[in-house]
Design a protein around this ligand. Structure first.
Ligand code: ADP
Length: 319
């Protein structure tokens, strides 16, 4: 292979820039040419492709987001759209593509691979919900942001003897909520992996206040329930002022923490190494502290992510 492409797709995550830089610098060091595709699969379809040099990735390692841009482009689920994308890659003489993104982006990379264009997937998302890896690029920065937010809420909750409900991102994955809850000392949580009805939660909170609690923080994974309604219901049942805070996109931004920069750099470099060894259709992960790669199709279809039940049980004992 002589030329490789790189794109970032789906929800952006801090550390994506470090990953692009890892790909670009390693590829150039190995004598390859690198092409950056703007705005993910959308830019690929529209043939917005430019050559990247060493200096193209200067000063990006500290920056959140992705300098290549990202997009949601549902049309990429159609084979005809992907045919145009593959034509564009071939027209530019590109032999392989590195896709940095989440679950959806992996599906796109899997389809391109199935249709004859080798891709390597890198897990870039704050949600930590990607198969074949223990951690995703961006997760630790988002965790830091969520914990800082909880700390701030704790100060004011404690002063006003208030209950705070905080909505944390993660889509269908409770990792960010669970870990932020443990690190932030949250008293209660609702996460997708554990069944807990609103009534059960309110009962638990009531018990806590009967035992003398003066304030509390409830961490809830997004899309589980309406946190404003939950706050109202808690207030009505427990008789303490309760407020909801939706952290939202604040969690997606910010300068990446060192671990995300290192993970992005290592995975970016590893993607190029794998391509040079002749691998295609792989996705990269970090498992038990070591870089690993799996068949992207097999990972998507068969590798279910384990849930950290031990940490959940520990959390319950700390409440
Ligand atoms: P993320 O990659 O963060 O999970 P999305 O789920 O929005 O974000 O996916 C990013 C993009 O990947 C989509 O906008 C679409 O272009 C592409 N994509 C998602 N699902 C598929 C699919 N089943 N087949 C092909 N492409 C897909």
């Amino acid at each position: 292979i002589k030329k490789i492409g790189v794109l970032t797709s789906g929800g952006d995550a801090p550390g994506m820039n470090a990953a692009i830089r890892g790909v670009v610098r390693t590829a150039l060091t190995e004598g390859l040419e690198v092409y950056g595709i703007e705005d993910g699969y959308l830019g690929l379809y529209e043939n917005r492709i430019r050559k990247l040099e060493r200096h193209s990735v200067s000063d990006v390692i500290t920056r959140g987001g992705t300098f290549l841009g990202s997009a949601r482009f549902p049309e990429f689920k159609e084979k005809e759209t992907r045919k145009v994308a593959i034509e564009n890659l071939r027209k530019n003489g590109i032999d392989a593509l590195v896709v940095i993104g989440g679950d959806g982006s992996y599906m796109g990379a899997m389809r391109l691979t199935e249709e004859g264009f080798p891709c390597i997937g890198l897990p870039g998302t704050i949600d930590n919900d990607i198969r074949g890896t223990d951690y995703t690029i961006g997760y630790f920065t988002a965790l830091q942001t969520a914990v800082e937010a909880i700390d701030r809420l704790r100060d004011t909750c404690s002063s006003h003897h208030r209950i705070s409900v905080i909505e944390i991102m993660g889509r269908g994955c409770g990792d960010l909520t669970l870990n932020a809850a443990v690190a932030g000392g949250c008293e209660f949580m609702i996460i997708p992996e554990i069944t807990c009805t609103k009534e059960d939660l309110i009962q638990e909170i009531k018990l806590g206040f009967d035992k003398g609690k003066k304030h509390a923080i409830v961490a809830v994974t997004e899309l589980m329930l309406d946190v404003n309604q939950l706050a109202k219901d808690i207030q009505d049942a427990v008789g303490h002022e309760t407020r909801a805070t939706v952290l939202g996109h604040v969690q997606r931004g910010g300068s990446p923490v060192p671990y995300d920069r290192i993970l992005g750099s290592r995975m970016g470099a590893y993607a190029v190494e794998l391509l040079l060894q002749g691998h295609g259709g792989r996705c990269i992960g970090i498992q038990n502290g070591k870089l690993a790669h799996h068949d992207i199709i097999d990972a998507i279809n068969n590798m279910k992510r384990p849930f950290d039940m031990d940490l959940f049980n520990t959390a319950k004992r700390l409440f």
